[in-house]
Design a protein around this ligand. Sequence first.
Ligand SMILES: Cc1ncc(COP(=O)(O)O)c(C=O)c1O
Length: 446
Amino acid sequence: MNHPTLPPSKHQPQPYKGPSAEQVLALRKQYLSPGIFLYYKKPIMLVEGKMQYIWDDTGKRYLDGLGGIVTISVGHCHPHVVAAATKQNETLQHSTTIYLHPNIGEFAEKLASKMPGDLKVCYFVNSGSEANDLALLMARVYTGNYDMISLRNAYHGGNSSGMGMTAHSTWKFNVPHSFGFHHAIAPDPYRGPYGRNDPDAGRKYAADVKQLIDYASPGRIAGFLAESIQGVGGVVVFPDGYLKHVYEHVRAAGGVCIADEVQAGFGRTGTHFWGFETQEVVPDIVTMAKGIGNGCPLAAVVTTPQIAKVLTDRIHFNTFGGNPVVSAIGKAVLEVIEQEKLQENSLKLGKHILAGLEKLQTKHKIIGDVRGKGLMLGIELVKDRTTKEPAKAECAQILENCREMGLLVGKGGLQGNTIRFAPPMCINQADADFMLAVFDEAFANL
Ligand SMILES: Cc1ncc(COP(=O)(O)O)c(C=O)c1O
């Protein structure tokens, strides 16, 4: 395999002096859940990161094409974010909402300034699963209804309610978790019944939500929850107009509309700050995590004052949500996105990469589909373009090939046959060209 040259980095990593990868693996096997999984036949141990690059214990550098796990929005150890965290860590690490602290309010103000319409009230929690669980509570309490609709091929979290909203057998344990949840057809223009050449696909897919309301629920629902682009499901981009039609059906049945922006938010789609804006809708509740904290445990739910009011009926409290350190980090992340024009960068480089992927598709038969928006992109691999049989083993091999050449990417979809990439939004043109060259080589060497 030819190894394309990884663009240079000025950062000099510290020599790694900790336990070996073998020792760490042994500790993990003995003391951690046997249910967790590792990427790669020979696991990678990452020990340092700077912006779009990460280093393993041997000093090998990689371009982080998956951005942690779609969490590193502005760059590993971004100096502005580190400075904000350090300053707060040295002053007061912990406080909760039972006392006043400036950080949480200042962060909320900045976050609310990014939201459209009446979405101005912020709740802070620690993970995407918790954020979706809270949004679900809001929807049920506000509407007085119980039934919820989410989409097949969705991932919304690993807690009990998250598992209910998720619709991928891989992530669902065999315990009761889905009372009141119904899963509509995934509006997947590549695999679903209505393709990209159908201008009315959005409306047609949305009709399934109406069917669920009419046939599977009491006719009144608490709400609808969807990712704006399905991430874990393999970067599925909905047809234009889909959410608009769905929101009409949902609101007519008394429900609220929830956008899960855990992966697609914070400028990653390039054209817009929020993924739902690409579908020209304004939700009633928005959940966010991952990129909001550039890798630190921070998540949020933003809603309208009207919906927030119903949560005053009882106490809602979250011990760590919005603590002074994570609030300082969250605000710093938003400042970096603005100051460094990272949304614009996502748009420019996303277009460039997608155009490059389309060229690769004409060259490598195994590429069934390329898709995505901005820097949230996917390549779906199939054994045969007519039958679309998923090429799962080949996808795993592409990941291995890319790793060898210094590029880390992820995989998604129920069958694990879609390469996913969502690099930190600070990548440059040379990084984008490197990724394309690596993919070309990885496919050529399958
Ligand atoms: C779209 C989406 N929602 C929710 C979650 C759950 O977030 P967390 O793992 O922080 O609980 C994820 C995690 O991958 C996600 O991708």
